[in-house]
Design a protein around this ligand. Structure first.
Ligand code: LLP
Length: 386
């Protein structure tokens, strides 16, 4: 089964471009809100890093989500889209002074802090403004995730978070500071996680840490469990909306909370992944020694995930119903890794055919580069192409 697209409109546009189906996005957001509403005190901060297209951020804002930002630029993008500053969390191992100041000026909800030196800088900059910054400590839970090695973050070997053995010391430091308020614990174990058991493992680790803190009579206001829920790259049409019911239920069942504690989530991919497609045109069909290549006008500069993580994106010839043949689908960039897929079954390909690279709404457009002096692809929503 192929996706449905406004092909005639596509024919009028310069390729390659991103196409966002806002119906899929809105349906996804509706399910998130419906499933989250079943639980008291669950709230979502969309991970802006997945896709910061202003049109996408506006829809996300209209649906009431907050934002998880990892740079000053993302804070600005979120605020510009209308997301209230008191729903903005700011994470990242290397926050520059100007970025911290920006967060302080906006009185954002919370800084997710990853080290004592960072805590010291936030305390100092907040003092200079006569403010008190809310901070959550990002703890590295040393929990693995069944996903690509480049996108696990919660293992001891990763650069992220505070080691569990250092937690007491860092908490003491935070508590001794006048211009930071220790309000929460933050975690994130990785991305594209489909095994709920990984989230259960995180919950168990959070519960252990909470017990240790409780023994010291410390109860934080909130627990932020990060993001990471994966999407079905193989079947974007069959399963356009991830299983949010199972995801939230996992946390509701396994996290042991104190009364009044709230739970915060930072999903990115699961929110925007399935609404986006990279639409490209076939430039040439070339015969190789024992295979044929479909050479597209889109390349790794437009969608880097296959080259960087050997990620799979479903590829469809959306303008042909001819018999299926196998192709290596490649881009025009001067790099051998500029390959979207090998031995891909496509309806027979001709020059000028339109090819959709599916499930590209997260970490697609936002990771585009200008390598080879190429333009960053434009983006259109289904609302604009009716
Ligand atoms: N929170 C934190 C602290 C994160 O580091 C991330 C993602 C998220 C939330 C959102 O994770 P998500 O729900 O989207 O899985 N470029 C890679 C993914 C990198 C993810 C980085 N951190 C990719 O294309 O697969």
């Amino acid at each position: 089964m192929k996706g449905t697209f406004p092909i005639n409109k596509f024919r009028e546009l310069e390729t390659p471009f991103y196409y966002y189906d806002t119906r899929v996005l809105r349906d996804t957001l509706a399910v998130i809100n419906k499933e989250m509403a079943k639980y008291d005190k669950f709230s979502m901060h969309y991970a802006v890093k997945a896709n910061a297209n202003p049109k996408i951020l506006t829809v996300i804002c209209e649906n009431g989500l907050g934002a998880d930002c990892v740079s000053g630029g993302e804070i600005r993008a979120a605020i510009k889209a209308g997301i209230p500053a008191d729903k903005v969390v700011f994470a990242g191992v290397g926050k520059a002074d100007w970025e911290i100041n920006l967060g302080l000026d906006y009185d954002i909800f919370c800084f997710n802090v990853e080290s004592v030196p960072e805590l010291e800088v936030i305390n100092e900059l907040a003092a200079a403004k006569g403010k008190v910054a809310n901070v959550a400590l990002r703890i590295n839970p040393n929990v693995g995730a069944h996903t690509h090695k480049n996108i696990t973050t919660g293992l001891a070997e990763n650069k992220f978070g505070i080691r569990m053995t250092d937690m007491d010391h860092v908490i003491d430091t935070a508590l001794s500071m006048r211009n930071v308020k220790f309000v929460g614990l933050h975690f994130h174990i990785g991305s594209q996680i489909l095994d709920m058991g990984d989230f259960v493992a995180l919950c168990n680790r959070v519960n252990e840490l909470q017990e240790k803190l409780y023994a010291r009579q410390i109860i934080v206001e909130h627990i932020n469990v990060g993001g990471g829920l994966g999407i079905d790259y193989a079947h974007p049409n069959r399963q356009p909306i991830p299983d949010f019911a199972a995801y939230f239920a996992t946390y509701a069942q396994h996290l042991k909370l104190h009364p009044q504690q709230s739970v915060h989530f930072e999903l990115g991919r699961a929110v925007t992944g399935q609404c986006g497609n990279l639409i490209s045109k076939v430039l040439y069909v070339k015969q190789g020694a024992n295979k044929q290549f479909a050479i597209l006008d889109a390349g790794m500069t437009d969608l880097i995930r296959p080259a960087l993580y050997q990620a799979y994106h479903k590829i469809e010839n959306i303008t042909s119903e001819e018999p299926i043949e196998a192709y290596d689908v490649v881009g025009p960039i001067c790099e051998s890794s500029d390959v979207f897929g090998k031995a891909i079954d496509l309806n027979r390909v001709h020059r000028g055919d339109l090819i959709a690279l599916r499930s590209a709404g997260a970490y697609g457009e936002i990771m585009a580069s200008g390598y080879n002096c190429r333009e960053i692809p434009k983006a259109y929503t289904s609302d604009e192409l009716v």
